[in-house]
Design a protein around this ligand. Structure first.
Ligand code: HXC
Length: 271
């Protein structure tokens, strides 16, 4: 099969959804100081939401908050802290309520990752990623849930696709993300009756991220064939999915995993 010339266009959510879609709403995002979660936050702010971003690196966080506010005209509150500490989340939620008065949407996005074979993973290395990704998600849910019940809000958990199969050197992350997917499903069924939705976004190959840099050695043709829609994803693709899942257009969608991966998970290598 020869690679096709088709390349999926990228269209920002602002060209599709109303600019004031989330006016008066408040987003709480862990990991929002950089990468995919920063892009998700920016998209929500471009549609009128205010946001709190939580992360470990205070300087990066405050700079991100200033840049996000400048780019979108919306308020962004940076709160430094580690999602492994429940108190961090409780304090960040308290500050958010103090400043914005409500929380409508939560992105559980803080994550840790490095490449290591099981043989090279210490107990602490494995535990560290479980604590950031899985326990961090749990702590975020616990701290925000009363406010999401009050606002009839929604969660998006940022997971991955790597745990659907055996991805080498990712035992710790695979275990952590599988648990995140499970947590979201339980949250969806338990909290549906309270008007709270919970979904997962599973980013696939997203350009400009650390994981994707490892694909750079592949030939152009081989790479094209690995990408059914002709290109890698961009952060904006994940941001678009975020806007949709938080919008009222997704009011009947909960407990789902939306993989933003351009069809790559369905490709089976012949060798
Ligand atoms: C083996 C490693 C290691 C490595 C750290 N450890 N890096 N073991 N190989 N490359 C071990 C350490 O030796 C230590 O165990 C334990 O992990 C904890 O390390 P610390 O550095 O003390 O932890 P900490 O400072 O809390 O840092 C957390 C971290 C770090 C996860 C280890 O890498 C981090 O915070 N990275 C930034 C966040 C990040 O990478 N985000 C991207 C997420 S992307 P010992 O036994 O020595 O005490 C994502 C999507 C996945 O999640 C998609 C990929 C394709």
């Amino acid at each position: 099969m020869a690679p096709t010339a088709f390349v999926a266009p990228f269209v920002p959510s602002t060209a599709v959804f109303k600019g004031d879609l989330f006016k008066g709403k408040v987003l709480f995002c862990t990991g929002g100081g950089s990468g995919i979660c920063r892009g998700m936050t920016e998209a929500m702010m471009r549609h009128g939401a205010s946001a709190t971003i939580v992360g470990r690196k205070y300087e990066r966080l405050t700079q991100a908050a200033a840049e996000l506010s400048k780019a979108t005209g919306q308020k962004c509150l940076p709160v430094a802290g580690d999602v492994r500490q429940p108190k961090t989340l409780q304090d960040a939620v308290a500050k958010t309520i103090e400043v914005f008065g409500r929380i409508d949407f939560v992105i559980c996005g803080a994550a840790g990752n490095f490449l290591a074979p099981i043989d090279g993973l210490s107990e602490n290395a494995f535990r560290t990623v479980i604590e950031i990704d899985t326990l961090g998600t749990f702590h975020t849910i616990k701290a925000t849930l009363p406010h999401l019940r009050a606002s009839k809000g929604a969660y998006i958990h940022v997971s991955a696709t790597l745990h659907y199969k055996g991805t080498p050197y990712q035992a710790h992350v695979s275990a952590a993300k599988a648990a995140v997917d499970a947590l979201s499903a339980v949250l969806a069924v338990e909290e549906g009756p309270h008007g709270v939705r919970s979904n997962v976004i599973a980013p696939g190959p997203i350009a400009g991220t650390e994981g994707m840099d490892r694909l750079e050695g592949k030939s152009a043709d081989a790479r094209q064939m690995m990408l059914p829609l002709g290109r890698m994803g961009v952060v904006g693709d994940v941001a678009n999915a975020t806007v949709f899942l938080f919008s009222p257009a997704a009011a009947y969608i909960t407990g789902q995993v939306l993989a933003v991966e351009g069809g790559t998970e369905h490709l089976r290598s012949l060798v």
